[in-house]
Design a protein around this ligand. Structure first.
Ligand SMILES: C[S@@+](CC[C@H](N)C(=O)[O-])C[C@H]1O[C@@H](n2cnc3c(N)ncnc32)[C@H](O)[C@@H]1O
Length: 249
């Protein structure tokens, strides 16, 4: 069992209390806001309908926000479409996480909004699996949206992850994720510096330059880099960014 699996298996019962109350965690909200900014961009959803993959879904904090956002968007789109014009699948959301216990929590997660007639599960399916390996098991060109909030900090090089995102996304589909910003290494390359930094706490930081290069290599367009406060680490603020890439070819 990997370090990350052990960490989050042990953490699952009090994850939300610790992250949100003690550490002011915002990764899930930041990614949902980033998706919201792109929803009306051409090709991101299929007339409001969306096939979504949540990589490192944890207990389902992001999935909950996204399902609410996307179902509202799908309903609005549906009412503006002529009858028979809209596809009928609505929102399909699949989660994946390395940790069994986080997956158990996200499988149980339900929406409780007033406009839902009864409690409804957030995810259609949730699997225990490594994120990039999971993407490899998904058909090509099926996903509208791929998200990963506070997950890529546990991966170093992202080329393979981006390559799989490109393959799995539909034309016009987007991938949105948070990264921690490196405190040093603000410039491109040089001296073997690839713009990925392994920090003392075991998490990785990724520079904007590294992400731009890695995205370009696999053919993903760089739509947005928005600096954000992610959470606290002890008494320090952890600064980072939300990044959105799009498949345009
Ligand atoms: C800080 S939590 C964030 C959970 C969720 N995305 C959120 O915003 O609430 C990080 C999660 O990513 C999972 N994780 C880390 N590396 C992963 C990987 N390579 N593949 C799948 N899940 C991973 C961990 O098990 C953990 O549940």
């Amino acid at each position: 069992m990997s370090f990350v699996q052990c960490l989050f298996d042990g953490y699952s019962g009090h994850f939300e209390n610790v992250m949100i109350k003690d550490l002011s965690y915002r990764g899930h909200a930041i990614v949902a806001e980033a998706i919201s900014r792109q929803l009306n961009v051409s090709g991101v959803t299929d007339m409001g309908n969306a096939y979504v993959l949540d990589i490192g879904c944890g207990t389902g904090l992001l999935g909950t926000l996204l399902r609410e956002l996307l179902e509202t968007h799908a309903q609005e789109n549906d009412s503006t479409c002529k009858s028979g014009e809209a596809a009928s699948f609505g929102v399909l959301m699949h989660g994946v996480d390395l940790s069994h216990r986080m997956v158990d929590a996200s499988k149980r997660r339900k929406l409780k909004g007033s406009h839902y007639q009864s409690d409804k599960y957030v995810y259609n399916t949730v699997k225990v699996m490594e994120g990039t390996q999971f993407l490899k098991s998904v058909d090509s060109g099926v996903a509208n949206i791929i998200v990963a909030s506070d997950v890529l900090i546990y991966m170093g090089a992202l080329e393979e992850f981006f390559q799989e995102c490109f393959r799995v996304l539909k034309l016009g589909g987007i991938v949105s994720f948070t990264v921690e910003a490196p405190k040093v290494s603000k410039t491109r390359g040089g001296n073997g510096d690839r713009g990925i930094l392994l920090n003392k706490n075991g998490r990785f930081s990724h520079s904007r330059y590294y992400l731009e290069d890695a995205a370009e290599k696999v053919g993903l367009e760089f739509l947005e880099w928005k600096p954000e406060f992610l959470r606290k680490q002890g008494s320090e603020d952890v600064e980072g960014a939300v990044v959105t890439l799009q498949r345009l070819r």
